[in-house]
Every structure is written in structure tokens, then in C-alpha cells.
Ligand binder design. Structure first.
Ligand code: CUA
Length: 389
């Protein structure tokens, strides 16, 4: 059998028999020590399961790369640390499903381990095939009925939570916010308050005794995105030509980070969202600030003229000026926001200048063009934008 190969490859007879011997030796080793290999396979399987399980849990717990705070990265989102009514429900059902799955895993793994050890092949044992059992009504009924019951319980429990969350009617006077997904930023509109902002959703805290939830209408300007702030609510797709609705009811003031959870283009990973939950008074103050038209600072007039003379005004709105573009984020109160480019950089004067000079340098693929401004124009423009508090 080797001769043909030998002839074509020029291997000598001695080398061929050596190769055959080493193959035989390897095969002998494999056959002779099934237990050892069995254990290795089990250890390997446990390792793989542990790696897959841990990375799965990590991806559930740590959705985003970490949003930028005023001084560096802040918390990472964690669906097991909810602060909002729908998120509490999601955590509870997650623990319930994980608990059932954990029991199944323990039972199956224990039976498997027991079988591997108890029925392993022993040296000098009878090597004939054991009796083969075909068909057992009791066993087949058991392994059909029990899983069907388990799936039914999981289905009912999940459906109850889904309908409980989705069927929640907004009480009157509920804050309504429209969130529009763009490549790659979030437009945030408060239709009843006349506020438009970007990448930062400000909402009031809700007192469980006197709930004040925020209802969100999700729309997309281009492709499918997905709204996900794990500590506040479940993940919901943001689909072009379709309106989805969800709600949050945070009980604790603070900053909660989220992100787009549906691949939507090259900068999908930098489509971060910050939700700032204010005490009631602070939220009212924020609303008053945001409702004011843009500051018209005389000192920055030249920069404002630069802004008006290049294409900036085609895409951006600055309320109270001729700039009323809607393709890019509303800049009326740009400096009240803490990040640029949906979380790609902190909103500092230096980053702002770099961003305008070359958006692709910070966020490759960003749809904002580099306007080829001179250094002087850049300085004037940045000076103007810095007044938009
Ligand atoms: Cu938007 Cu991913």
C-alpha cells in the first residue's frame, strides 16, 4: 500500500516502515488507554464549556466597552444591577431561567460523569459489544414529557413577563421621548418640551409610590439599530419605517450607559448612549436650560459667521440662528453634553477642534465631512461652539 506513495515521493523503504510504525504506535496508544483519553476529553469539554459560559456571561454583563465620563471611563452596563422597573423584571426572569438551566446542567453533567467513570473500559475486560436495547416506553416517555414540561414552564413565565412589560400603559402626564437611531449617534427628541439633543437621554427619577416613568418611541433614520441600556430596560430594535415603544422607570438618580446592540455599520461599537437620571428638581432645571435658545455671545461672532458660511448649517441646528439642518446632531446646547461622536471622545475644546478638523481621525467612517478649514477658522469656529452651553 505504501509502495505507490513511496515511488512518487521518493521515500526510501526504511523511512516508510518507520513512518508506518509510528502511526501504528500512536493508534495502539489511543486504543490501549481509552480511560485516560476519556478523562482528557472530559477535562477539555469542561474547559471549553467554562470558557464559552464565562465569555457569554461577560458579554451579558459587560455590554459596552465603557462609556467616557468627564474624567475617563465610567461604569460598564450590567443587567444584573437593575435600577428601573422593567429591568428588575428582566433580572428576575433571567435568574429563573438561569436557575432551571443550571439544575438541568448539573443533572446531565452528573449523570455523564457517573457513566464515564462507572462504565469505563477496564484492562482485561470482556471486549464484546454489550446487549443493545431498542425501545423503552418508560424512558422515552420520561425524556419527552419532562423537557416538554420544562419548556412549557419557561415559555409561560417568559410570556408573562414580556406581556407585563409591553402591555404597561403610560399614565397621563408621562414624559414622552423620541429616540432616533442614526449612523452612528442617537437623536433624542422631547416633543412636548421642544427639546432636541443627542446621545444623552435626561429623565427624571421615579418614586415607586408616585411613579413617573418615561416612555420612549424608537425610530431609525437609516438602518436597523438596537436600543439597550441594560440597567434600565430590555433591548429593543430600532427599525426604519417602524415605530417601536418601550419605557423606563429608574428609581435611583445617576448615570447609566447603554449602546447600540445591533450591528449597523463600521462605527456600530461607537454608538454609545448615556442616560442621566435626575432628581425631579434637577430635571426641571435641565429642561429650562435646554429650552432656552442658543447663547449669542458677541465675542464669538466671527466663529458664528464661519459656522454660517460653510456647510455646517446644512446638517446642524442651532436654535435662534439660521442653522436649521437636521441631518446631524442639534448643537444648540452642544457644550452641555459630555462626549463627542456618540461617546468616542470627551467633549473638551481640544477634542472638539480635532473632531471638526478631521472627524474620521477620531471616528473612521463618520458621515461628518472634514471641511478643510484653515487653522484660524478652526480656532474661531471652536471658540463659537464653546459658547453653546
Ligand atoms: Cu447603531 Cu449599531
Amino acid at each position: 500500500m505504501w509502495s505507490g506513495v513511496n515511488g512518487s515521493t521518493g521515500l526510501e523503504e526504511g523511512k516508510v516502515s518507520q513512518a508506518t510504525r509510528s502511526v501504528e504506535k500512536a493508534r495502539w496508544r489511543f486504543v490501549d488507554r481509552p480511560l485516560c483519553h476519556g478523562f482528557r476529553a472530559v477535562v477539555c469539554a469542561i474547559r471549553v464549556a467554562a470558557i464559552v459560559g464565562l465569555s457569554g456571561l461577560a458579554s451579558i454583563a459587560l455590554g459596552a466597552p465603557g462609556a467616557l465620563g468627564d474624567d475617563g471611563p465610567v461604569q460598564t452596563p450590567n443587567m444584573f444591577a437593575p435600577v428601573s422597573t422593567p429591568a428588575f423584571a428582566i433580572r428576575d426572569i433571567s435568574y429563573f431561567v438561569l436557575g432551571i438551566c443550571a439544575v438541568i446542567f448539573v443533572v446531565v453533567a452528573a449523570l455523564l460523569t457517573y457513566s464515564i467513570i462507572r462504565f469505563r473500559r477496564r484492562r482485561g475486560e470482556d471486549t464484546r459489544e454489550p446487549p443493545q436495547v431498542y425501545g423503552s416506553n418508560q424512558i422515552e416517555l420520561a425524556w419527552t414529557v419532562v423537557p416538554v414540561l420544562i419548556v412549557f414552564v419557561l415559555f409561560l413565565a417568559t410570556a408573562r413577563y414580556i406581556f407585563g412589560i409591553e402591555g404597561h400603559e403610560p399614565p397621563p402626564q408621562t414624559l414622552q421621548v423620541t429616540v432616533v437611531g442614526h449612523q452612528w449617534w442617537w437623536e433624542i427628541r422631547y416633543p412636548d418640551l421642544g427639546i432636541v439633543t443627542a446621545n444623552e437621554l435626561h429623565v427624571p427619577v421615579s418614586n415607586p409610590a408616585n411613579p413617573s416613568p418615561t416612555f420612549l418611541t424608537l425610530e431609525s433614520a437609516d438602518v436597523i439599530h438596537s436600543f439597550w441600556v441594560p440597567q434600565l430596560a430590555g433591548k429593543l430594535d430600532v427599525i426604519p419605517n417602524k415605530t417601536n415603544r418601550t419605557w423606563i422607570e429608574p428609581h435611583t438618580p445617576g448615570l447609566y450607559v447603554g449602546q447600540c446592540a445591533e450591528f449597523c455599520g463600521v462605527q456600530h461599537a461607537w454608538m454609545l448612549l448615556r442616560v442621566i437620571v435626575h432628581p425631579k428638581d434637577a430635571f426641571d432645571a435641565w429642561v429650562v436650560e435646554q429650552q432656552a435658545p442658543a447663547v449669542d455671545d458677541r465675542v464669538a461672532r466671527t466663529g458664528r459667521d464661519v459656522f454660517g458660511s460653510v456647510a455646517c448649517i446644512n446638517c446642524h441646528t442651532v436654535r435662534g440662528t439660521t442653522a436649521n439642518g437636521i441631518f446631524g446632531p442639534d448643537l444648540t446646547h452642544l457644550m452641555s453634553r459630555s462626549t463627542l461622536g456618540a461617546g468616542v471622545a470627551a467633549n473638551t475644546p481640544e477634542n472638539l477642534r480635532n473632531w471638526i478638523e478631521n472627524p474620521a481621525g477620531l471616528k473612521s467612517g463618520a458621515l461628518m465631512p472634514a471641511m478643510q478649514l484653515s487653522s484660524r477658522e478652526l480656532d474661531q469656529l471652536v471658540a463659537y461652539l464653546l459658547t453653546l452651553r
